[in-house]
Design a protein around this ligand. Structure first.
Ligand SMILES: [Zn+2]
Length: 85
């Protein structure tokens, strides 16, 4: 595993869905059931429209750097503890 980080802060950009006015979940990430109703996800027709969300949870990039892991290797445990504030 190489420690390269192609991701930037843009990758954790939070966007608001134009249709449902909810925050869009990061692309390709699973949303914890308890927050599924509070985020716009792939069930919403607006999810795939502009503005496009990033693929990281807010704050995740810093944590990934801190642990020296690639975003592609991190999954559920990182995803579940964020986006409650
Ligand atoms: Zn939506």
């Amino acid at each position: 595993m190489t420690a390269t980080f192609p991701c930037t802060s843009d990758c954790e950009a939070t966007q608001i869905c134009e249709r449902c006015r909810r925050r869009k979940a990061p692309r390709g990430r699973s949303v914890a059931p308890e927050m599924a109703g509070g985020l716009c996800d792939t069930d919403c027709p607006g999810y795939r429209e502009e503005p496009r969300p990033g693929h990281l949870w807010p704050g995740e990039l810093a944590r990934l750097h801190a642990h020296g892991i690639s975003p592609m290797d991190s999954t559920e445990d990182v995803a579940e503890e964020t986006v409650t504030s």
